[in-house]
Design a protein around this ligand. Structure first.
Ligand SMILES: [Zn+2]
Length: 313
């Protein structure tokens, strides 16, 4: 049988084995073919872990081989067009140098386990995350913890909204979310300094700007909201070891007032036109039709926004 495929071999010399110079040892390499699909597998040698790039594309892989986690120097991981529904939780702690993850065409939205995002170094190291075509209905709030992510691609999923705290991904410059059902953006998006925002197939927002009155702020917030706002404002550290998951979910669901204060579901919400600063917005609708959802911490904050966006009132 003749197999034709592209083969990339990185780092065939294994310096960590301390072999005499000039003598090289090959990485283990497996090439195969599954049905009529191209199967492209490059196995870096596990013992040495010196490979920097790992690709398993188009291979119908359902679970990731844990031996990959031994590749301590791995920087770029390609797992495109497989059948993955989740990734190992220890991915970030085992691969401390990982900066790019190419996960297009999998089923990560069906698995719903995103704990791998917050473990280990991914929060500090990851620069690129490609989650195109993953059947994702709701992006996990944990995503915004990827503080140094520069490029995020969530095209061709089932999203109707984006995480409230998206704007707190301060390093994000290239964000594409085309081919979804998104009809409004989180208010925090105003904080981003994007160079490119792709919202092709944006769905026109039917939700009208709701008139908010001073009376809407006359309520006593639940204690859990007051405590959560305090934790966020003071940037107190929390993890699964210190808080129950329900409280972590609550903290991560916070949205943010135009002044930056955290808000929760009791605070009045409104939809206002998006006038973000972005060098390049790609969209199929009029830019003026974009709306962002904003919760207000006080009537003063609402009044300020109202004057800015709705001077006719
Ligand atoms: Zn405010």
């Amino acid at each position: 049988m003749k197999i034709i495929c592209t083969v990339e071999v990185s780092d065939r010399n294994l310096p960590s084995l301390n072999l005499p110079s000039k003598k090289s040892v090959r990485s283990s390499l497996a090439i195969g073919k599954s049905g009529d699909k191209e199967l492209y597998i490059l196995h870096q040698t596990n013992q040495n872990g010196s490979g920097k790039k790992y690709k398993i594309n188009n291979a119908n892989v359902r679970t990731l081989d844990n031996r990959i986690l031994r590749l301590r120097n791995l920087c770029v991981l390609y797992l495109e067009n497989n059948e993955l529904t989740t990734l190992p939780e220890q991915l970030g702690s085992s691969l401390p140098k990982l900066t790019e993850m190419h996960l297009r065409d999998n089923s990560l939205g069906l698995g719903g386990n995103w704990k791998w995002i917050v473990n280990g170094n991914l929060q500090k190291q990851l620069k690129l995350l490609d989650l195109r075509s993953n059947k994702i209905s709701v992006l996990p709030d944990k995503l915004v913890k990827l503080a140094n992510l520069v490029t995020l691609n969530v095209d061709d999923n089932r999203l109707e909204s984006l995480p409230n705290a998206l704007g707190y991904m301060r390093s994000l410059r290239f964000f594409t979310a085309s081919k979804n059902q998104i009809s409004y953006l989180p208010g925090s998006i105003k904080l981003l300094r994007l160079e490119c925002l792709d919202l092709s197939h944006y769905v026109f927002c039917e939700k009208l700007n709701k008139k908010v009155t001073a009376k809407d702020f006359l309520f006593v917030p639940p204690l859990v909201d007051i405590a959560a706002a305090c934790v966020i404002t003071k940037r107190l550290y929390f993890s699964e070891a210190t808080l129950p998951q329900t409280l972590i979910d609550h903290l991560e669901s916070a949205s943010f007032c135009v002044c930056g204060k955290p808000c929760f579901s009791q605070q009045p919400e409104s939809y206002i036109p998006y006038r973000g600063l972005c060098d390049c917005i790609i969209t199929t609708v009029n830019r003026r039709d974009f709306k962002i959802s904003v919760r207000y911490c006080s009537f003063q904050c609402y009044s300020k926004e109202e004057r800015l966006f709705f001077p006719q009132y």
